[in-house]
Design a binder for this molecule. Structure first.
Ligand code: KG4
Ligand code: ZN
Length: 358
């Protein structure tokens, strides 16, 4: 079974073909870094137009790389939300058009389910697993029970982890995209002890019951530190130290919230190999991966983190989620609407004041 995946929910245009032997036959990702760089963040209208401009070439390229034609496809999966709605509609309509022309199933994929199922594509990780989903738009702790079946245990009450990385990087004058650039800067810190002493940061929610997150206070603390540094004279050493302190704080907070969830996961679920999965763009961060590896090991769990090229947005994860859904007999009509907001666990109680990210 060959499935074409299409991803256009943020600033990556991507097309991929994946088969039921868990082979990624192609995975082309075109990042719109240049288009958004001047604005210091993703501009939805520009993103949508760029997807429109490039998607057809990428789909053709993905088929070529896989050495297949449209006739070899058994289905088309496209991200139909959550995300920037203009871009989502571009990918969704391209997917529907191909499915209609070839009379093959169309599968509407939740972008978050793409991140959630990546460990099954690469390593055939069995359900249930505990999932820390950390991306630019979401920060959640979930239990993945089955395809299409997730229990959301925790979520952020304000900013997402990736958003906090990006905003903090911007405050420090680092170029877009903030997360990876902040990690590079942190690697230049030569004295971690001095860094954390010079730039003390709060550990939001640490030690509290439950699994929720909050990052806006951390971002404000970064702002306060930056404002105390000599105006117009942000020294690279200071930025490296502040980046280090920020990243260490992030890793600690994420680990702390996951630790609560691990205790309860191990009590409530029986898994052959209890696994903590981290996925989403921020899971590319090596300090966070290290902290979570140590945390999982302390609880006799394994940590799964995707290979770096599958951490950030890509269509292979969308093709795979579509394939898993199709194998379960799930497919969608051409009347499926793009969802700007689309929770993985529709039954999860909203958090007071948490807005749309919950
Ligand atoms: O999953 P993703 O590619 O897009 C969304 O679905 O949001 O995640 C993008 C987020 C951005 O906030 C980006 O700065 C962050 O992931 N990110 C990182 C790293 N690489 C990407 N954050 C920290 N360290 C990284 N190495
Ligand atoms: Zn994503």
């Amino acid at each position: 079974m060959n499935i074409l995946g299409i991803e256009t929910s943020c600033d990556e245009t991507s097309a991929s073909v994946v088969n039921d032997k868990r082979e990624i036959l192609s995975n082309l990702v075109l990042s719109q870094l240049k288009e958004h760089e001047a604005f210091g963040g993703v501009v939805p209208e520009i993103a949508a137009r760029a997807h429109m401009e490039h998607l057809d070439t990428l789909i053709k390229g993905a088929l070529n790389d896989a050495d297949l034609t449209f006739d070899d496809l058994d289905g088309v999966a496209a991200t139909c939300g959550p995300g920037l709605i203009g871009g989502v509609m571009v990918g969704m309509m391209a997917g529907k058009a191909i499915a209609a022309a070839k009379d093959i199933p169309f599968i509407a994929v939740n972008h978050l389910e793409g991140h959630a199922l990546t460990p099954r594509l690469t390593d055939n990780i069995e359900f249930p697993y505990l999932l820390l989903l950390i991306s630019g738009g979401h920060t959640q702790i979930l239990v993945a029970e089955d395809v299409g079946k997730y229990k959301r245990w925790g979520t952020t009450l304000d900013d997402a982890a990736g958003e906090c990385f990006d905003k903090s990087a911007k405050l420090m004058g680092l170029p877009y995209p903030g997360g990876p650039n902040l990690e590079k800067m942190a690697a230049k810190c030569t004295d971690p002890e001095k860094a954390t002493k010079s730039f003390p940061l709060p550990l939001p929610m640490k030690g509290r019951k439950g699994y929720d997150f909050s990052f806006s206070g951390l971002k404000t603390a970064v702002r306060t530190h930056v404002e105390k540094l000599p105006v117009g004279d942000l020294q690279p050493d200071d930025i490296a130290d502040l980046s280090y302190a920020f990243q260490a704080t992030m890793a600690e907070v994420l680990s702390n919230r996951c630790e609560n969830a691990i205790h309860d996961f191990l009590k409530q679920y029986t898994a052959k190999t209890p696994t903590l999965v981290v996925s989403g763009g921020v899971s590319a961060n090596s300090s966070i991966r290290e902290a979570l590896t140590a945390l999982a090991a302390r609880h006799d769990m394994s940590l799964y983190a995707p290979p770096l090229e599958l951490c950030s947005d890509n269509a292979a994860m969308i093709a795979w989620a579509g394939l898993e859904r199709l194998q379960k007999g799930l497919q969608d009509g051409f009347d499926f609407k793009a969802h700007p907001r689309w929770p993985l666990d529709p039954d999860a109680a909203p958090r007071q004041g948490a807005g749309v990210k919950a």
